[in-house]
Design a protein around this ligand. Structure first.
Ligand code: FES
Length: 105
């Protein structure tokens, strides 16, 4: 599994997603509830950036139609989205947030 630097830990604000591009892949980095998560930044329902949605209870909400995706699994908990969004392993190395795109879970 190869990890690449996504951003600095100090760049993250609690419950405020940060959109990054990793090798052309849009990824939302989210710090919430003492953990950092990485989730693909496109809703599985339509071509909408999840980073513009709100974070609550370890979920990120799509601002367009309101489906909420679990940051741990990528699964939606409400319609209209029915398919999960890829989530990626995260490592913290000092002040660096590292993400691996090679193994989606
Ligand atoms: S575009 Fe995200 S729920 Fe419809």
């Amino acid at each position: 599994m190869t990890f690449v630097r996504a951003c600095g830990l100090g760049e993250l604000e609690e419950d405020t997603p940060k959109r990054v591009e990793l090798g052309g892949t849009p990824v939302s980095i989210v710090q919430t509830e003492g953990e950092v998560f990485a989730i693909h930044d496109i809703c599985s329902h339509a071509n909408v950036s999840l980073a513009e949605g709100e974070v609550d209870d370890c979920h990120i909400e799509c601002w367009l139609h309101g489906s909420r995706f679990d940051l741990r699994s990528g699964k939606p908990d409400a319609l209209p989205a029915t398919r999960p969004v890829p989530v990626y392993p995260v490592q913290i190395d000092g002040d660096d947030v590292l993400v691996s795109l090679t193994q989606e879970s």
